[in-house]
Write a protein that binds this ligand. Structure first.
Ligand SMILES: Nc1nc2c(ncn2[C@@H]2O[C@H](COP(=O)(O)OP(=O)(O)O)[C@@H](O)[C@H]2O)c(=O)[nH]1
Ligand SMILES: [Mg+2]
Length: 321
């Protein structure tokens, strides 16, 4: 039986192996994903984003427990951006999520952000796909809301929760970085701390300034104490309300169309780029272009056009042959 078939049968160890192969960028993983793809699309994906230390992992743990109580199977993808130090951070997440360790209905996977070129959002959606194929009803993606890569990641989620905390100082900065646009639900965690009300008020003010579309979704600001489990029921309720909105309004159709296009273009870009690099490696074109740029004999614009042109001619010849 292929790895893909085993995953579709709900075999957890097969899923873990496939995720490892995805991590290692093995081509065999692509072959398995091809077999999986048409059987996916059943999981509801929730994105949890916000600054480091906001309590995202604690919140994910609580949400996992809440959805388990509703009889849902839960997959978690935690992305840790602090690459050289991931060991510690991921270990922290593992310990925090430990109470789910023996639960067959929970699968947790940490991804380190490697230097891979734009590879993180790719491997995140691939891993989410495997969790979906494995039969997880809910897939939660935890990521630090900083760069474009992270924004791309949360765009794959049906519902995105932006987590803030009082007194962080850079709340406003995080909001400026486009986070206001991506949030379907805003969470002020650590509501036990001073200034939580003020942070919630500021967020509400900013959200009000956003032009609301007629009949559209209006994001709300919720308060939680993830550590004590306070506000979790309201949060799960709001997530389900957002899901209902997506489906009853029909917005889900547009969302899926955009997501599928992004997914395909991502894979296409990745494939073309890999082929171009392999093509140039045959005859040392890369080094030649770089040297030419150095001595002023070559401009990178013409060089790139030439490489693309040569590749296409080669394809044309192959096609004719
Ligand atoms: N005071 C307080 N601390 C919390 C709360 N939720 C989480 N924390 C703590 O905040 C720290 C960072 O939490 P973590 O979930 O790892 O944050 P992440 O980096 O966003 O994933 C941990 O020590 C948590 O125990 C809360 O509601 N109140
Ligand atoms: Mg975390």
């Amino acid at each position: 039986m292929s790895l893909a078939e085993q995953v579709l049968n709900g075999e957890i160890r097969a899923a873990a192996r496939l995720m490892r192969d995805i991590d290692d960028s093995r081509h065999s993983a692509i072959e398995e994903l091809k077999k999986l793809y048409t059987s996916t699309g059943n999981a509801y994906i929730i994105g949890i984003t916000g600054p480091p230390g906001a309590g995202k992992s604690t919140l994910v743990d609580q949400l996992t427990a809440a959805f388990r109580k509703k009889g849902k199977k839960v997959g978690v993808v935690a992305i840790d951006p602090t690459s050289p130090f991931t060991g510690g951070a991921i270990l922290g997440d593992r310990i925090r999520m430990n109470r789910h360790a023996s639960d067959e209905g929970v699968f947790i996977r940490s991804l380190a952000t490697r230097g891979a070129l734009g590879g993180l959002s790719r491997s995140t959606s691939d891993v989410a796909l495997v969790l979906d194929a494995l039969g997880m009803d809910i897939v939660i993606i935890e990521t630090v809301g900083v760069g474009q890569d992270e924004v791309d990641i949360v765009k794959t989620a049906h519902t995105t929760c932006v987590v803030m905390v009082p007194g962080l100082g850079d709340d406003i900065q995080a909001i400026k970085a486009g986070i206001l646009e991506i949030g379907d639900i805003f969470v002020v965690n650590k509501a036990d701390r001073d200034g939580a009300d003020r942070t919630a008020r500021e967020l509400n003010n900013m959200l009000e300034m956003r032009a609301a579309t007629e009949g559209g979704w209006s994001p709300r600001v919720l308060m939680t104490e993830a550590q004590r489990g306070n506000g979790i029921e309201e949060l799960t309720g709001e997530i389900l309300a957002h899901r209902d909105y997506l489906f009853t309004s029909g917005v889900i159709g547009e969302f899926l169309k955009e997501r599928n296009e992004r997914h395909f273009v991502d894979i296409l870009r990745d494939g073309l780029f890999k082929r171009a690099m392999a093509f140039m490696a045959q005859d040392g074109t890369l080094a030649r272009v770089v040297a030419g740029m150095g001595d002023g004999s070559i401009d990178p614009y013409s060089a790139a056009e030439q490489v693309i042109g040569e590749m296409m001619v080669l394809d044309g010849n192959n096609g004719a042959a």
